[in-house]
Design a protein around this ligand. Structure first.
Ligand SMILES: *Cc1c(COP(=O)(O)O)cnc(C)c1O
Length: 373
């Protein structure tokens, strides 16, 4: 606390990211990074971007990256003015809160609606931008109950709707037909789908159930994605949003009142090359999904209850063992997973999918810990 602070700063609850310890021989399964490196073509493009041109500001429009995204989503027919780029999708989401979620009705602020079990950054942004919020409880199986989001123009209509799909930290996927029902039922309300993990929800590229496919039918829909998870570029900080050009223009106005150049030349070059490398993208996604199936089976063999996951992590609980002590016992063996001390989910561990060797080490460690009780 300080007398020099803006009073708002006292009321913030900053998001706490998973730790990044600098330990050798650590099995790090706590922040949903991908165990595999980014596309070699992306790495090469970034090396090539380290040259004398760094004296110049980067392209504020990020045209090369937008062109790559248009090709990636060519089945959806996306135009450059429907794409917004940011320094990680966390930054994109922060701008969404200010540009699209600070809404009023008859002089009263309207709450943002999101699930009770979800990405814990959302309340932090609400406090930062002084946006009230309301939560809808997920079901006993941690699925979104879509009735809670079909509010239309009722007196309960929120100022905005936001959820990750697949949800975090549960990994549960809402089918695209249900996403469509929610978007269609709320034409006056912006619905934002945080698709940080969507690329792990379909085997074939065409079966990834992204709501980008709905963009041209619904002006109130915005889809946010990141290169941090499925493209192994958490360290680069690149995210994007796709939506109706009006929504994108609103985001641009906020961004250009904040920082005109959130993506540097190296990030733009690496991100464009990563999006273009469809072959690498496909192979890494599949590798993660195959390991996910093996790890789920291994955990079930140890009697864990494993929620069906469509993401690059697993959410699991043991019927008889306390999650926090399991997490501590793993940590003592240099294996870190994420545990949230939060109502409804405090008995779960969120385990990022590592490579096969890391997942095997996790299973062996859990077997020992469980046997030693
Ligand atoms: C990881 C994550 C993000 C943020 O990713 P960036 O690294 O900032 O692009 C956003 N939403 C959810 C649900 C996430 O898990």
């Amino acid at each position: 606390m300080s007398k020099y602070w803006n009073p708002l700063v006292h009321s913030l609850t900053p998001y706490v990211p998973g730790e990044q310890p600098q330990l050798a021989d650590l099995v790090k399964l706590n922040t949903n990074e991908t165990p595999y490196p980014p596309s070699p073509r992306a790495q090469e493009a970034m090396r090539a971007a380290v040259d004398g041109d760094l004296r110049r500001y980067p392209d504020p429009e990020g045209q090369q990256l937008k062109a790559a995204l248009m090709r990636h989503f060519s089945a959806c027919g996306i135009a450059p003015e429907q794409i917004f780029l940011g320094n990680g999708s966390d930054e994109v989401l922060a701008h969404v809160f200010l540009a699209l979620f600070r809404r009023e009705r008859r002089g009263l602020p309207l709450p943002l609606l999101f699930p009770d079990v979800t990405y814990s950054f959302y309340p932090s942004w609400c406090r930062l931008y002084e946006i009230p919020w309301r939560t809808a409880a997920v079901s006993g199986q941690f699925e979104l109950r879509i009735e809670d989001y079909l509010l239309g123009n009722s007196a309960d209509a929120p100022g905005g709707i936001l959820f990750p799909n697949p949800n975090a930290p549960t990994g549960r996927l809402l089918p695209l037909s249900d996403v469509e029902r929610i978007v269609a039922a709320n034409p006056e309300t912006v619905v934002v789908i945080d698709e940080a993990y969507i690329d792990f929800a379909g085997d074939e590229p065409a079966s990834i159930p992204t709501a980008v496919a709905l963009i041209n039918r619904f002006p109130n829909l915005l889809v946010v994605q990141t290169l941090s998870k499925s493209r192994s570029l958490a360290g680069l900080r690149v995210g994007f949003a796709i939506g109706n050009a009006e929504l994108i223009t609103g985001l641009e106005r906020v961004k250009n009142s904040f920082n005109s150049y959130p993506l540097d030349r190296i990030a733009l070059a690496g991100a464009a090359a990563a999006v273009e490398d469809e072959d690498w993208f496909g192979r890494m996604r599949l590798a993660v999904m195959e390991t996910r199936a093996r790890l789920s089976a291994g955990l079930e063999a140890l009697e864990f209850e494993v929620l069906p996951s469509s993401s690059n992590f697993i959410f699991a609980r043991h019927p008889r063992r306390d999650a926090q002590s399991l997490s501590a016992a793993l940590r003592a063996r240099n294996i870190i997973v994420r545990h949230f001390k939060q109502p409804r989910i405090e008995q779960f561990l969120r385990i990022s999918i590592g490579n096969d060797e890391e997942c095997q080490r996790l299973l062996v460690a859990l077997e020992e810990i469980l046997a030693g009780s």
